[in-house]
Ligand binder design. Sequence first.
Ligand code: ABC
Ligand code: CA
Length: 475
Amino acid sequence: ASPDDWRTRSIYQLVTDRFATPDGSSPTCNTEDRRYCGGNYKGIINKLDYIQNMGFDAIWISPVVANVEGNTSLGEAFHGYWTQDINKLNDHFGSTDDLKSLSDALHKRNMYLMVDVVVNHMAATSNPPNFGSFAPFNQQSNFHPECFIQASDYDNNQTAVEQCWLGDENLPLADMNTEDQNVISTWNTWIGDLVKNYTIDGVRIDTVKHVRKDFWPDFAKAAGVYTVGEVLHNDTNYVAPYTQALSAALDYPAYFFLTAGFQTSNGNLSNFASVIQAGQGAYNNGEHYMGSFLENHDNPRFQSLTQDQALVKNAMTWPFIQDGIPILYYGQEQGYAGGNDPANREALWLSGYGEDKPLVQHVKTLNAARKAAAAAKSDFHTSSLQFLVSTQNNLAISKPPMLTLLTNEGSTSTPQWSVPNAGFSANEEVVDVLTCTKINADANGGVTVKGSGGNPQVLMPTSALPKGGTVCPDL
Ligand code: ABC
Ligand code: CA
């Protein structure tokens, strides 16, 4: 599927080992142990209703290829990022047929499959690595000479970031020689075949800033589908060139300012707005096609930063009302609060998959409102949002027919937004889709809104909402 196909989608990111067991059992899963817990492709297939009921129409799964086996200094390769053999699947997650069945099951539901891929390195359990154990890259010359990336390299030595190694002495991530013609053509052939064999719709690419930029366009072309790159950096100017090399990037700059802005009333939402505006100017297609997220498997969950449910709801709202593609990390909807890796990779079965939880409902409404907005206004996805209010504590974000009101004042506050030209028609009836409360715009199409409990509001004209739909069915 192309970037344009993906832009209307909403992605549920899951860790394959931690999402669902094939028989629906609930084995213990102590995240600190860093061991396989038993989730797999069959488990995912059995729980697609749960994902689809929330309104997601795509999933992003863990890397699929064969990894380091057994225990290491950092546990087992349950996350899938420690490649050994790129031509075999990780059989902890199921067989070739199981992965094909997952792809089929998704497509029957008109859902997309995104697979995570790692090109930058292979993982070793000794130093120096036993290069002969890698397949097909079994020669030392397939790799850059060993040197570990130092923390200081990230700011001033891009060559080291690209050609030195991630990992450590105990678990070196042997860095591929992505300047070597044979390595390059092997990777390009491999990605084309992988996408074809499993009918993959999109690719999330790991460690993108660790490979020279001009490696990526040919790789993306060989993939032939939407490619979204992980460029772990907080600066839009650093991330921007990668949005030329791939379809788009994960919106890490937004992530850093989103979490900082909403985790306390001392956060600064106007700084957050500035970063989004910078992205609208700097990225290849503005913020369109960027992967927008509040949580992922590498960072502490938002609820490990604050438990204030109003702040949580505000921050969670952002990915669903903006220009890019929303991504929700599994477990966020169940209120999971794990801190840094590995604590943020909890087994979802321990939650019971309750669909009546407040944040499950929140996500469901947001996905449905996004769909309704696109159905009501044909340029919803192609238009670029505008900040009509941007102060330290409040934002009003216009993406017609939606006007989203966010605040970081917290659950004990009574937020207020005054938006003189909100873009509605004179006196138009609008509804906050999160509470189904109606108000009327003023004679200039503006609104003055007094909220409660520090909650966000997502206002849409009543006329833009289908009667009997998921959003406020009783209007
Ligand atoms: C293991 C342990 C962890 C331990 C780590 C050192 O080793 O589990 O507890 O902290 C996989 C596994 C991990 C495992 C690693 C290493 O392999 O999932 O559990 O961690 O064995 C991707 C994936 C990630 C994956 C890999 C490796 C790469 O999403 O899941 O990890 O295939 C760097 C890379 C980034 C990578 C990330 C984990 O490490 O760039 O691609 N993610 C700075 C650097 C970043 C760096 C980050 C974390 O630190 O600039 O490049 O990411 O080390 C902002 C700045 C940023 C700064 C952040 C922290 O602050 O703008 O630049 O990031 O303000
Ligand atoms: Ca590299």
